[in-house]
Each structure stands twice: as C-alpha cells, then as structure tokens.
Design a protein around this ligand. Structure first.
Ligand code: ATP
Length: 358
C-alpha cells in the first residue's frame, strides 16, 4: 500500500486534444478515490497515466516518495514495474483460459513458482468468494462472477495501488448495487489504495472516501461526497453531483434577497447577476415549516409529480420560475401549494463560481 501523488499532470493527444490539464491530487495510503466526470472528461486517460498505459506530456506521479513519472527528468517506470492492479470496463478476461489460469496469469508472467501461484490464487479466490468457480471458463459465469474474477486477477499480485475503470458498467442495476457493496467492503478489508473511475454519481456516492470531479480535463473539485454536496465549487459540480438534480435559477442580487422576477428568494445576496442553487431536498411542499428557520415562498402551481424512490418530487412553477421540490403532503397536478425553503442551504454563484452567502 502506498500514497499516490499527482502533480501538474497534463496529457495532450495529437494534434491538440488536452485530455488532462494541470491535475493535482494526493491520494492517501489506503484511501478510496473516485474520479467522477462526464463522457470525454479525461477519467480513463487519468487512470491510464497512473497505470503506465499512457505517457503524460507533463507533470509527475509519485508512489510514496518514489517518482514513477517525471516528464521533465525523463522518468517513466514501465507498467509491469509499477505494481498496480487494473480492472477494466469489460473485465478483459481471457476466454480460452479457465478462471484459475486467468487469475494466475499475472503471477505466471512474473515467473512465480507453481506452488506459490496455487496458494495465492486459492487465497484471493477465497477472499472474493469464487473458490467454486476456478475450474470454469469465463463464458460459464454470470456478470457479477466475471467481475470478481477480474478483481481477483488485479489483486493476486498484491498491488500497491488498485485501479478500476468503470468496473460496474456491464452489470444490471441490482447486481451493480451488490457489486458496489462488495468492492467497498473488500477495499476496507485490504486497505489497498484504490482509484475508481465512473460517470455514475451513485457509484461515486456509495464508494468514495473522497471524490475528484473532472470536466474537460480540468479538476473541478476534490472532497468527500458531503463536502461537495454542501459546498459545490461551481455550477457544473452542483449540477453534476446530487440526485435529484439541483435547481439553478438566474436572478439579481438585491442585498436581502435574490430577485428572480416572479419570485423572491430571501437570502442575503450581493448586488448583480447571480445564479441561485437550491437542492430539491431544501425546498418542499407542506402545510407548515418542518424546521425552525425555514421560510415560506410565494405559493406555486404543481406542474408534474415524479418519484425519487418512493418520495414524491413535484415540479412546481410560479409565473416563470420552475423548480423541483420534495412533496411532503400528497399533491395533485394543477393544484396551488404552499412552499417552504431551507434558506441556509441555498447556494449562490456568480459567473458560475460559488460565492459565500453574506
Ligand atoms: P468516457 O467516460 O467516455 O470513457 P473519459 O472521461 O474516460 O470518457 P477519456 O477517454 O480520458 O475520457 O478521453 C478524454 C479526451 O481525450 C476525449 O476528448 C477523447 O476524445 C480524447 N482521447 C482519448 N484517447 C485519445 C487518443 N488515443 N487519441 C486522441 N484523443 C484521445
């Protein structure tokens, strides 16, 4: 196990695609970092640079205090010498090899003695609950089982760092949840420094000690899930992380409130054009306030009722402004309802960057 430090990492693909721009992050020994971002944001490039499958154009990567990449000094430790375990999106199992041989493969390459290989495959198979499957071919396994084999193969060489690129994307919704739980508890048990890449915020929320949110090759924010939910650095982060998605409305700061034209949001706000961010969990339909400090907004009309799990979420509308709000009372589409706001949780942005509420 080892800490991973990434400094000023840049990757430019010819002719001029900046897949990563000045990425800086320190991953603690034993930490679980999830890299979250939309398609094409640079997630895979990031993890491949750490694995050694991609050569950065700038920057440094250190395992502990050992540089494995230092572009300026010409250091680039080959992948096989980095001692990382990698789990790919499609698991990349060898179809013509039985599970045992798939798992044993990295050790065979390293010319580990046969008896030692047997012992280590057996151990890792037990840890992953796949001892019964060693004699089967990958095609004879379920998706979840194949994934465990891929993880076993990544772990058998006792890597310093475990890298996983969208490891759940081939699983159906239910398997995905159990696979997530499994990966989380395994990581806790083994305490291996882990970096997992996903575009799925639910994966990220369930797994991460800390999250790194990336967009267009630029790190937007690094923090725990709660830090990022409560304190998003900008509008992109606020919109990308959080379910149901945050309401973002344009308005004008007027000191004691934000003027949305047809609606006043009673929070202190500096003068000028602003964006207001209100999570649907912070605005609700009810007969009376649910907590001290919550304030009543002007009544709104229910346009639509959706469900978040079993909780009704209503789309409500004033003259022009529209929001999603939790509906604590049963509401009918078309009805006029009372709306309350947890105003301490309202987030303000100027030019899409978070500003503190004054
Ligand atoms: P996805 O979630 O769709 O897999 P990602 O976040 O993993 O996306 P990357 O695969 O890292 O994104 O790609 C980042 C950017 O770099 C994209 O614009 C992509 O088109 C570009 N890119 C990736 N690999 C290459 C390559 N070999 N040559 C040129 N451009 C590339």
């Amino acid at each position: 196990m080892v800490a991973v430090t990434v400094e000023k990492l840049e990757k430019v693909f010819p002719p001029n695609v900046y897949a990563l721009k000045d990425v800086n992050v320190s991953i603690k020994d034993g930490e679980f970092l999830v890299v979250l971002g939309p398609s094409g944001s640079g997630k895979t490039t990031f993890i491949r640079c750490i694995a050694g499958l991609e050569t950065p154009t700038r920057g440094r990567i250190l395992f502990g205090d050992v540089p494995i990449v230092d572009v300026e000094k010409g250091v680039n430790v080959p992948p096989a010498k980095r001692n990382v375990g990698m789990v790919f999106q499609n698991w990349a199992l060898y179809p013509h090899m039985k599970v045992f041989d798939n798992i044993a493969f990295p050790l065979k390459i390293k010319k580990v003695p046969k008896e030692e290989i047997k012992k280590r495959v057996k151990e890792v198979a037990e840890a992953l609950g796949i001892s019964e499957l060693l004699d089967r071919y990958p095609r004879q396994l379920s998706g979840g089982q194949q994934q465990r084999v891929a993880i076993a193969r990544a772990l058998v060489k006792e890597p310093q760092v475990l890298l996983m690129d969208e490891p759940f994307s081939n699983l159906d919704a239910r398997l995905r949840i159990s696979a997530r739980e499994f990966v989380k508890s395994l990581q806790r048990k083994l305490k291996v420094t882990t970096i997992l890449v996903t575009h799925d915020q639910h994966d990220a929320y369930a797994l991460a000690d800390r999250l790194m949110i990336i967009n267009n090759g630029v790190v937007q924010q690094i923090g725990t899930a709660d830090e990022i939910l409560n304190n998003p650095a900008n509008v992109f982060v606020a919109q990308f992380f959080g379910d149901p998605p945050i309401n973002i409305l344009e308005g004008e700061g007027r000191g004691d409130y934000v003027d949305l034209g047809d609606l006043k949001i009673p929070v202190k706000a500096p003068p000028g054009r602003l964006q207001v961010g209100i999570r649907p969990t912070d605005v609700y339909i009810a007969e009376r306030p649910m907590a001290p400090g919550d304030v009543e907004l002007q009544p709104a009309r229910v346009v639509l009722v959706e469900y978040l799990g079993f909780t009704p979420v209503a789309v409500i509308k004033w003259e022009k402004s529209e929001m999603r709000a939790i509906a604590y009372d049963k509401v009918k589409e078309g009805s006029i309802v009372k709306v309350f706001l947890r105003k301490d949780n309202v987030k303000l942005f100027k030019d899409s960057i978070r500003i503190s509420n004054i």
